[in-house]
Design a binder for this molecule. Structure first.
Ligand SMILES: [Zn+2]
Length: 462
């Protein structure tokens, strides 16, 4: 009897195994995810790789020497990982150069003092001589449009709306404030202004100006635009109250050169059962020129490479094709993301999901998803096995820029969501350096992405 019952259980176990070859039980998923995190925390390579990218290569603005070096190095890095395929995709990118370090001075009745500024990406220069003018401070475009044009013409418009500190997710505060940077120069020029100064997109008070892309509009005069540090913005605002007739002078000499040839870098492990179904993980390889681009977005690129390394290290053979893409030119053009999507359509590739890490190398919190509701529900149900790793926030939300052009009903666009509180202190500023990255937080991010890729690979997306 005893023997028989043992045999019966063995049969049950055997048939369960047969069943789970198609769809693994949550228990097996938990074991695999635990292995992913253990390997990442004990032997992770994201941190060491990021150290090299930041310190040996450094800033990587599109068209720069640093960007070219980063392409070559990451291609070589992936080529040495035993992947099935590593290749480059050619892409023409904008080539903007900052030129000599910018200078700015506030001259009021009481004093004359320098303040830290930096040209916004894409801006024109002031010429060799400083642009000197009176200042009009505004908080919103509506306020600016409501002013008497004669009071704005020839002046510098100072956009000084702070990022709203009341948001829990710092990214929302950024989203609400960033139009001052991206299109403030257009709004100011429409009112006849000679220049635009924008309060840095920064939730901290410090002396770092934060750059970022800005745009001009055809038919609207191009005027120079710069960011001022948050401390500098507060000082300028205070001095304007004391002396509305003060003058602001700034010099910057950036240039837009002809487009340059650059590349997306791609590496993949081919799926054993459904090689035509692609699960993409990515980040953007370019960075602003002021810093090492550690959080934005060396971190995301090194994590995306780590996903493939973890699978190799754990001898995991995916059923579906797992592809890492390091996009070029997210910061000032998105040309890499657009080119990737164009080629994917041309080659009739079937992407079931794309995960991008572009919110810093901080402690993982979850994933935000753009997809039809039933796909979001399916991913959200995996919270059960992901929550023990701090991944609680899984649901509808924004994807990331580079994967955006892949949008369709067939694909889930997924943004990796780390804790957001410190990201905008360093974002696009000279302080975005390797020493601001915590090893465990960074490696946990790569493991989190790998865990989700594993679940997507096991079950697909219906
Ligand atoms: Zn970024």
């Amino acid at each position: 009897m005893l023997l028989r019952s043992k045999r019966c259980w063995a049969l049950v176990a055997f048939s369960l195994m047969g069943f789970t070859a198609q769809a693994q039980s949550p228990g097996q998923d938990s074991v695999m995810i635990r292995r992913i995190f253990s390997e990442a925390l004990a032997n992770g390579k994201s941190y060491g790789n990021l150290h090299y990218l930041c310190t040996a290569i450094g800033p990587r603005l599109s068209g720069s020497e640093g960007a070219a070096k980063a392409v070559t190095w990451t291609q070589q890095l992936m080529a040495g990982m035993g992947l099935d395929r590593v290749y480059l995709q050619e892409v023409q990118v904008p080539h903007w150069v900052r030129g000599k370090k910018e200078k700015a001075k506030i001259r009021s009745r009481a004093s004359s003092q320098q303040v830290p500024i930096c040209a916004l990406g894409g801006s024109i220069g002031t010429g060799k001589k400083a642009l000197r003018a009176h200042v009009v401070e505004v908080q919103t475009f509506e306020e600016l449009r409501g002013l008497d044009r004669a009071k704005v013409a020839g002046r510098i418009v100072f956009f000084n709306r702070p990022m709203n500190p009341r948001f829990i997710q710092a990214g929302q505060a950024y989203g609400e404030a960033v139009n001052q940077r991206s299109t403030g120069a257009i709004e100011a020029a429409r009112m006849g202004a000679a220049g635009a100064i924008v309060r840095s997109m920064n939730l901290a008070q410090d002396d770092y100006p934060h750059t970022g892309s800005m745009h001009y509009q055809e038919g609207v005069t191009k005027i120079p635009a710069a960011a001022i540090s948050t401390n500098g913005a507060d000082l300028l605002s205070r001095l304007l109250q004391e002396d509305p007739g003060l003058q602001f002078a700034f010099t910057q000499n950036p240039q837009t050169l002809p487009d340059a040839l650059s590349h997306n870098v791609v590496g993949e492990i081919r799926g054993s059962e459904f090689p035509g179904e692609v699960i993409l993980v990515g980040g953007h390889l370019d960075s602003w020129d002021l810093a090492q681009g550690a959080h934005d977005n060396g971190a995301g690129c090194m994590q995306a490479i780590e996903v493939l390394r973890l699978m190799k290290a754990l001898n995991y053979q995916p059923k579906r094709t797992i592809r890492t893409v390091l996009f070029m030119n997210e910061e000032n053009g998105l040309r890499g993301g657009l080119k990737y999507a164009e080629l994917a359509r041309k080659n009739k590739e079937n992407h079931i999901a794309a995960i991008e890490s572009d919110a810093g190398g901080f402690t993982p919190r979850g994933f935000s998803i753009v997809a039809p509701a039933h796909k979001i529900s399916q991913i959200a149900r995996w919270k059960q096995v992901l929550a023990p790793y701090g991944l609680h926030d899984i649901g509808a939300g924004g994807g990331e820029a580079d994967i955006g052009p892949l949008k369709s009903d067939q694909i889930a666009l997924i943004g990796f969501r780390p804790d957001s509180q410190r990201y905008f202190v360093h974002h696009h500023a000279a302080s975005d350096t390797f020493d601001q990255v915590n090893r465990r937080e960074l490696e946990l991010g790569g493991a989190s992405m790998t865990a989700l890729v594993y679940l997507l690979d096991q079950y697909g997306l219906k």
